[in-house]
Design a protein around this ligand. Structure first.
Ligand SMILES: NC(=O)c1ccc[n+]([C@@H]2O[C@H](COP(=O)([O-])OP(=O)(O)OC[C@H]3O[C@@H](n4cnc5c(N)ncnc54)[C@H](O)[C@@H]3O)[C@@H](O)[C@H]2O)c1
Length: 437
């Protein structure tokens, strides 16, 4: 075990890695043997695997040439036993590569989180945010929650600081981020229908709000921003499973505003060196969803069914498919991205499993019992499309979805009880459409 307080310095390294960077080829799995010494001149041989993504490579090269300021280029290194908490700089043939730092991320989960004392979550009082905050608290982290509403009695109070912040106001976001160095940005309008009915508000919260948060993060010296985008950036996908390089053609203002957030984040990375990474969650479901705002089918269908009402399916029940991901898996995905994504990378967060609306209704019947009645609203076809995530990118960061849909439904049933509140709101894509009642 290496003393984590020592700053490691690379003494020699295989030229394979730097060669690969220089040649602009992907060193799919290069295994250079490095020898480095710590500040006490102790030498350690070390085997390191480096797996940069194809998308990241040209940017890495560019950053290498730019030389300053120092920034992380590659955090995907797996020394077999070492648990070094520090950075090392690879050597090129002409000497150390200035402006580059490669992290040793030996033991997966805690590495980045360990290095960051101040962790903040915007939207930490929302559905996904609360689960994320709890997961961080379980890891012994202290978390600052930025939200526009105050906490309720049921929100965790130990290890959490609440700051009342409206992300539409730049100053309040900036003041709240003082001392923060890892930021998860979730605060948003997360409802597509709301964005159709109130596009300006959606724009203000999701576009202006995200812009403000990014600028505030820069000003406050935040070291990494994890932006929670959405699969809605893909619009109506054409290729399956949908991978991250699929064209982004959103069909509702919400998708456009989430995409704008990604673009600003990437531009801030390019222009100001902000360490920005992003997640595109698919359809997140699980305990704690607000029936007044959530449009994800799992809890809506279950709520209708448990109340003995017909399940209202918007669109074609066979052709409309979705990728439902349990909120605990979604949170695991966000943490994996925070830990191991390279700056500028964006990852789908889904289950990788495609389920049609008909199949979902049948599963709900199987798990919850009774006879599911289905009412198809076939007039609305805007979201009759397939949606299933290619999660191979996230899997490479160590993510493994752990909650099968049936288990997630059973889990949710337990939370909802016998006669849960009915879902509200409708799934519309144009003003005036008539959908669920
Ligand atoms: N739930 C999903 O299925 C899903 C899927 C893809 C992406 N996402 C994204 O995940 C994030 C969280 O979604 P969610 O389902 O938890 O939504 P949510 O509506 O439950 O939570 C959003 C939170 O943001 C806060 N907020 C809204 N406007 C704010 C403002 N102006 N200033 C400060 N705080 C504000 C709300 O008070 C709330 O606590 C969102 O960015 C959403 O776009 C969610």
């Amino acid at each position: 075990m290496v003393d984590a307080t020592h700053v490691p310095r690379v003494m020699t390294s295989s030229s394979k890695v730097t060669d690969a960077f220089e040649a602009n080829t992907r060193p799919s799995t290069v295994t250079p043997v490095c020898t480095w010494m710590d500040v006490n001149a102790r030498m350690f041989p070390m085997k390191v695997e480096v797996v940069p993504s194809v998308a990241e490579l040209p940017t890495c090269q560019k950053t290498l040439q730019a030389c300053a300021p120092p920034r992380r280029l590659t955090t995907l290194s797996y020394p077999p036993q070492a648990t070094v908490d520090g950075w090392w700089s690879p050597m090129s043939r002409s000497g150390p590569i200035r402006g580059s730092e490669w992290a040793l991320t030996g033991s997966p989960r805690e590495r980045v989180l360990d290095r960051h004392d101040g962790i903040a979550v915007t939207g930490g009082l929302g559905f996904v945010g609360r689960h994320l905050v709890r997961a961080l608290l379980e890891q012994g982290k202290r978390v600052v929650v930025l939200d526009r509403r105050p906490p309720r009695d049921s929100d965790p109070d130990t290890g959490t600081q609440y700051r009342l912040v409206d992300v539409r106001e730049h100053r309040s976001a900036r003041d709240a981020l003082t001392g923060v160095d890892l930021l998860f940005h979730l605060a948003a309008n997360a409802n597509g229908t709301y964005s159709v009915e109130h596009p300006r508000e959606d724009f203000q919260t999701n576009c202006v709000g995200t812009f403000n948060v990014l600028q505030a993060a820069l000003e406050a010296g935040v070291r990494r921003v994890v932006y929670v985008s959405s699969a809605s950036v893909y619009g109506q996908p054409q290729r399956f499973p949908v991978n991250e390089s699929h064209p982004t053609v959103p069909i509702v203002p919400y998708g456009a505003s989430k995409l704008a957030g990604e673009r600003f984040g990437l531009a801030f990375r390019h222009s100001y060196g902000l360490d920005f990474v992003a997640a595109r969650p698919f359809c997140v479901y699980g305990p704690g969803e607000d029936p007044a705002t959530s449009l994800v089918e799992v809890s809506r269908y279950l709520r209708w069914h448990l109340n003995g009402r017909p399940i209202q399916i918007v669109g074609d029940s066979e052709r409309k498919t979705r990728d439902f991901v349990h909120v605990s898996d979604a949170v695991a995905g966000l943490l994996a991205i925070a830990e191991r994504a390279q700056p500028g990378e964006i990852f789908n967060v889904g289950s990788g499993t495609e389920v049609s609306m008909r199949e979902l209704a049948e599963r709900i019947q199987r798990v919850a019992g009774g006879t599911a009645r289905v009412h198809e609203l076939a007039d609305i076809q805007d979201d009759t499309y397939r949606l299933v995530a290619d999660i191979s990118g996230l899997r490479r960061l160590g993510y493994v979805p752990g909650v099968p849909l049936d288990e997630g439904i059973a889990d949710l049933m337990e939370e909802l009880g016998e006669r849960p509140e009915l879902p509200m709101g409708a799934t519309i894509f144009r003003p005036g459409q008539k959908a669920e009642e």
